[in-house]
Design a binder for this molecule. Structure first.
Ligand code: GRF
Length: 195
């Protein structure tokens, strides 16, 4: 069974989608570990409830500037679980070469926007505002291989998400998250089959 490490920083609804699909037998994988950058992430509760080992690795104040030590520590922590694939599902820290070089072509990230659009944080809110300004007609979700550049890298899969004229931000967020939950599962399945 292929082993997956899931990295989170918050609620963990995408982690839950992976947990539920594996439990239903529709995804052939094992979540070897869930690592959070925050000790108060609700995703840790979801992992514990599912009996999945967890780790917490917050970024220390003296690591804010130079991330290399953190990247190496994170990679070393993960290697102890021998993951075949590392999935960033709501992981809010940038990972650099010191981490990526340890898992070549085996790190994917979920981003709530189309390729090249709204890199970084608050992507759904920025898309909603851009729609209001008439700059875009729709948004989307993508899963991509992680490279040093934020929310760039070769796309594994993506899906457009329509925006309705009277959409509130929370209505759009809800629609995007629903698409994410299916897309993250499909992406993990696709990549694991390619390994
Ligand atoms: C998702 O929208 C993901 O695309 C973004 O952070 C959010 C995490 O949601 N990077 P959750 O923690 O999986 O519920």
């Amino acid at each position: 069974m292929k082993r997956v490490a899931v990295l989170i920083s918050g609620n963990g609804s995408n982690l839950q989608a992976l947990i539920d699909t594996i439990a239903s037998g529709d995804l052939e994988a094992e979540i070897a570990v869930v690592v959070s950058s925050r000790a108060d992430a609700h995703g840790l509760v979801r992992a514990a409830t599912a009996g999945i080992p967890t780790e917490v690795l917050p970024l220390a104040k003296n690591q804010l500037e130079d991330r290399s030590a953190y990247d190496v520590a994170l990679a070393t922590r993960l290697e102890a679980y021998s993951p075949d694939l590392v999935v960033l599902a709501g992981w809010m820290l940038i990972v650099g070469p010191g981490f990526l070089d340890r898992f070549p072509n085996r790190v994917i990230n979920l981003h709530p926007a189309m390729p090249g659009a709204f890199p970084g944080t608050k992507a759904i809110a920025r898309a909603h505002a851009a729609y209001q300004r008439g700059e875009i007609k729709r948004t989307g979700v993508m899963v991509h291989y992680v490279v040093a550049e934020v929310d760039a890298g070769p796309v594994v899969t993506m899906e457009p998400v329509p925006i309705q004229p009277d959409d509130s931000l929370s209505e759009l967020e809800e629609r995007v998250h629903l698409v994410e939950h299916n897309l993250i599962v499909a992406a993990v399945d696709m990549v694991l089959r390619s390994l």
